[in-house]
Ligand binder design. Structure first.
Ligand SMILES: Nc1ncnc2c1ncn2[C@@H]1O[C@H](COP(=O)(O)OP(=O)(O)OP(=O)(O)O)[C@@H](O)[C@H]1O
Ligand SMILES: [Mg+2]
Length: 250
């Protein structure tokens, strides 16, 4: 589904991502872990077209998307969430989902206003489904800025789903969550896979990564130092040294 081949990104002298090759299969939850600064977010940014690559290639669903702009990657079905939450804090939960589903452009159009005012039933129903999936039905009229951190993360996931992803790139979706919330996120990610979404999960919360992923790749200084099942990764010497030797996960 997603193939990275020799993917490389330099920022000046920093090799943020260095000859990274990996392949994520359709229907898989693939973990991407590593110490702080090891290149995980940069990899996500390369896949979704935020940064141009220095070298290497990215294939998605059979097409070369190496040079794709963010909107092109999105149109291909690659949707991401952010390590730093990005929501409209002055809009309600419901409005955040509505805007995500109906697009920023259409928000300006007369068409959007008409649909908004006339209460476009199918569009509203699918916002309801997103609300339910995010576990935010009781918070629908709350401003996003007033949500707890965990709720904001759930709303972000709901917004990402509104874009109808084939592949979700999740950058630390469990950050700031308590263990109960992490458990719910685990269940949500499994449900997404049942619905046909493939997931690349960047995460420091090992309870989530080790429990939910099929396979994991480990980065250190931009390079892949290990790849395997959660059990294999937990017993890998090089991985243990990377985590002990470098800055540990946050
Ligand atoms: N826009 C940028 N300009 C310059 N250097 C950058 C930029 N983005 C990332 N870097 C550098 O690239 C390296 C990898 O950063 P990246 O954010 O990908 O790490 P990460 O694995 O996501 O870390 P964390 O776990 O802390 O989120 C770091 O040395 C970082 O300082
Ligand atoms: Mg990061």
């Amino acid at each position: 589904m997603l193939e990275l081949d020799g993917l490389t990104k330099h920022f000046g002298g920093v090799r943020a991502v260095d000859k990274l090759s990996l392949s994520v299969k359709e229907g898989e939850i693939f973990g991407l872990i590593g110490p702080n600064g090891s290149g995980k977010s940069t990899t996500v940014n390369l896949i979704c077209g935020v940064f141009p690559v220095t070298a290497g290639s990215i294939r998605f669903a059979g097409a070369d998307i190496t040079a794709a702009q963010p909107h092109q990657a999105l149109a291909a079905g690659v949707v991401r969430t952010f390590q730093n939450i990005r929501l409209f804090s002055n809009l309600t939960v419901w409005q955040n989902l509505w805007v995500a589903q109906n697009g920023m452009e259409s928000r300006k159009s007369e068409n959007f206003l008409k649909r908004w005012l006339s209460g476009d039933a199918p569009a509203r129903r699918s916002v309801e489904e997103l609300l339910e999936f995010a576990g935010l039905i009781g918070r629908r009229d709350e401003y996003a800025g007033n949500l707890s951190f965990g709720e904001q993360r759930r709303l972000e996931l709901g917004r990402a789903l509104a874009a109808k992803p084939k592949m979700l790139l999740l950058d630390e979706p469990a950050a700031g969550m308590n263990l109960e919330e992490v458990g719910h996120l685990d269940q949500r990610l499994r449900k997404l896979v049942e619905r046909g979404v493939t997931i690349l999960l960047v995460e420091h919360v090992m309870e989530l990564v080790m429990g939910v992923t099929d396979r994991i790749a480990v980065l250190n200084f931009g390079q892949k130092i290990a790849e395997g099942t959660p059990a294999e990764i937990q017993n890998d010497k090089a991985v243990q040294e990377a985590y002990l030797g470098g800055s540990s996960g946050s």
